[in-house]
Write a protein that binds this ligand. Structure first.
Ligand code: SAH
Ligand code: SF4
Ligand code: F3S
Length: 473
């Protein structure tokens, strides 16, 4: 039994980060544990969590379980959770009701939670007192221990909680079952040391740890050989890549080397404005296979609020950076994240956020109402903005964001653009879906044998969040 501890999760020391290449082991007696049995994994949250989900699935398949997308059929159920906002929590606790119900009729099912919520002391305490039917809880630092934890659940028939609140190491040999045959996530760093005052991620994911560039490049080369067309380099703060390694190798070096591997499309998320250098912009502009798409979270347009958020940039420096990006990277699509209703946000502060949106005319934006997270500094800031005002601000902001998203798409009308066709469109089986290099969703009338190809598409009509097109003649 290893319980998460908020105090330890906040700690940062100079302790060396170990790169462990043999940490994931599969004992022979566990290899056939899941023969004839099925697993169901449901993932919430960001791309990093999605990628963790791919690791979890591969580990379960190493134990001979097979996947089902119907929870009712599963012998093992795992919720890979997100802790970023209250509603992410609520979704998971809501889902637990279904699991509890299912376990009443089939007590043999093994169910558990993992991911960022599992890293929270308050959540685990609640699970131990109110959700005793859950068989296991493990965290983001020990996904590789899943076989042992599962073994213990079966052996002891008691709830297993194994969550480490540590700064973290890098485990290099975890298997992966990729969701796509064409697009792949590649972690370049784990954790976050920015400690923005509203954010729980530094506590759930540990210290910033960059992977060795040799390991990243080897993974990208291997993906290219397997026929992948696109890689997305992942981290909470990719621009700070390498700062913890002291080997004079940073994000611009990595981007350039990844581009040189020759994979068709290179993307990266998320960029913190603080660490975005001019030379990084130059590298992005120089290589055709680094996609002209930058997600640059703003959070707020008010320098006063940005200071309270601990973001370490101002409205002016953000605008300067964004304009530099737009000037140097032609047709670059720019997207963002914005929080409204941060404690103490006045109408004036909010209007400054609207000003930035009006000036930059983002291609799209994820917008959120501030949600206090246990253990973060913002949790204890005086929040004098009432919910109704926050909702009104969110609504106003969304209207503006939608207008600019639609305007940005209108520019594509009748243009011919490259699209990586990923699969059959959800809305119409006659259509395939894919994304432009600028990350616009396009539904294309095309034969299924083009799935996995990057094709030139003529845009025939545009909506706010997607476009339709046909194969260009
Ligand atoms: N590492 C990224 C953000 C990761 S979290 C960055 O630094 O930009 C994704 C988004 O969730 C954030 O950009 C922020 O807009 C939002 N978010 C994070 N914590 C939040 C909170 N407590 N309340 C509301 N939104 C939050
Ligand atoms: Fe959270 Fe800030 Fe780190 Fe992004 S940079 S994950 S918002 S603490
Ligand atoms: Fe959520 Fe954890 Fe990602 S809190 S946003 S899943 S890092």
């Amino acid at each position: 039994m290893e319980l998460p501890n908020l105090k330890n999760a906040k700690r940062r020391t100079d302790a060396e980060v170990k790169v462990l290449t043999n940490e994931y082991i599969m004992n022979a007696h566990l290899e056939s544990l899941g023969k004839g049995k099925k697993y169901f994994v449901k993932t919430y949250g960001c791309q990093m969590n999605e990628h963790d989900g791919e690791n979890i699935k591969a580990i379960l398949e190493d134990m001979s379980f097979t996947e089902t997308d119907n929870m009712e059929d599963a012998d093992i159920i795992l919720l890979n959770t997100c802790a970023i906002r209250e509603n992410a929590h609520n979704k998971v606790f809501g889902y637990l009701g279904r699991i509890k119900h299912l376990k009443e009729s089939r007590p043999d099912i093994i169910a558990g939670i993992c991911g960022c919520m599992a890293q929270e002391e308050v959540v685990v305490k609640e699970i131990m007192s109110k959700h005793k039917y859950l068989d296991m809880v493990f965290g983001t630092h020990n996904i590789h221990e899943l076989p042992e934890i599962l073994d213990k659940v079966i052996e002891t028939k008691s709830q297993q909680i194994s969550v480490y609140s540590k700064e973290g190491d890098i485990i290099e040999n975890i298997p992966v079952k990729r969701e796509s045959l064409y697009k792949a996530w590649v972690n370049i760093m784990y954790g976050c040391d920015k400690f923005c005052t509203y954010c729980i991620v530094p506590y759930t994911r540990g210290k910033q740890r960059s992977r060795r560039h040799e390991d990243i490049l080897a993974e990208v080369k291997c993906l290219k050989e397997q026929g992948y067309k696109e890689v997305t380099l992942l981290g909470q703060n990719v621009n700070a890549y390498g700062k913890d390694l002291n080997d004079n190798y940073n994000m611009e070096n990595l981007l350039e080397d990844v581009a040189k591997v020759g994979i068709d499309r290179v993307r990266f998320v998320t960029s913190h404005p603080w660490d975005f250098t001019d030379s990084m912009i130059d590298v992005i502009a120089k290589y055709d296979n680094i996609m002209p798409y930058i997600h640059l979270p703003l959070q707020s347009g008010s320098s006063r609020i940005l200071k309270l958020m601990g973001r370490r940039y101002t409205k002016e420096s953000y605008l300067e950076l964004a304009h530099k990006i737009k000037d140097k990277i032609p047709n670059c699509s720019l997207t963002t994240d914005i929080i409204v209703g941060f404690p103490g946000e006045t109408e004036e502060d909010f209007n400054e956020t609207m000003d930035v949106v009006n000036e930059l005319k983002y291609d799209s934006a994820f917008t959120f109402i501030f949600s206090p997270r246990v253990g973060t500094p913002a949790e204890n800031m005086t929040d004098d903005v009432d919910l109704k005002t926050k909702e009104e601000r969110l609504h106003k902001l969304n209207e503006l964001v939608n207008k600019y998203a639609h305007d940005a798409n209108l520019k594509y009308q009748d243009k011919i653009v490259p699209v990586l066709l990923e699969g059959v469109s959800e809305k119409n089986s006659e259509y395939l879906m894919g994304y432009t290099d600028t990350m616009k969703l396009v539904n294309v009338k095309a034969p299924k044998d083009l799935i996995g190809e990057i094709v030139n598409v003529k845009i025939t009509s545009v909506k706010t969040w997607s476009m339709d097109g046909e194969i260009a003649k």
